[in-house]
Design a protein around this ligand. Sequence first.
Ligand code: MG
Length: 161
Amino acid sequence: MEFRIGLGHDTHRLAPGRPLVLGNVTIPHDVGAVGHSDADVLLHALVDALLGAAGLGDIGEWFPNTDPRWAGADSALFVAHAVESIARRDWQIVNLDCTITAEKPKLTPWKPAIRKRLSELLGIPEENINVKAKSGEAVGPVGRGEAIEADAIVLLRRERA
Ligand code: MG
């Protein structure tokens, strides 16, 4: 077996009048993430982790935020594309661990729904996915509620050729 790990990180600004989409789950909140696509900070970190593990670059190269095709795009499309690209190279996803950092809202009640959706998008069991949530400890852009961040790490495996 060959193994590869991949790391992803993303940040989005928060503003009123935008939906807050995390892991393809829309969470009711008074502000949402600003971005060219649906600004799903968790899925963007996940795509970078997947691409990174497979040595396929980063989300900005695959889905430039200057491309009108991705305006308002559902970030699940980006994940599907990354999953397909790594599968084509015979990689299987072993597990995902991720952290969302936001001052508000409290994400604990949403973790099960996010985990379930990630399991569907990646085609791996929920037991192989972990979703963590942290606050910004009232400091910096996240702590002031100006931004939201996410980190993701994945492990891939494949049979050695
Ligand atoms: Mg992003």
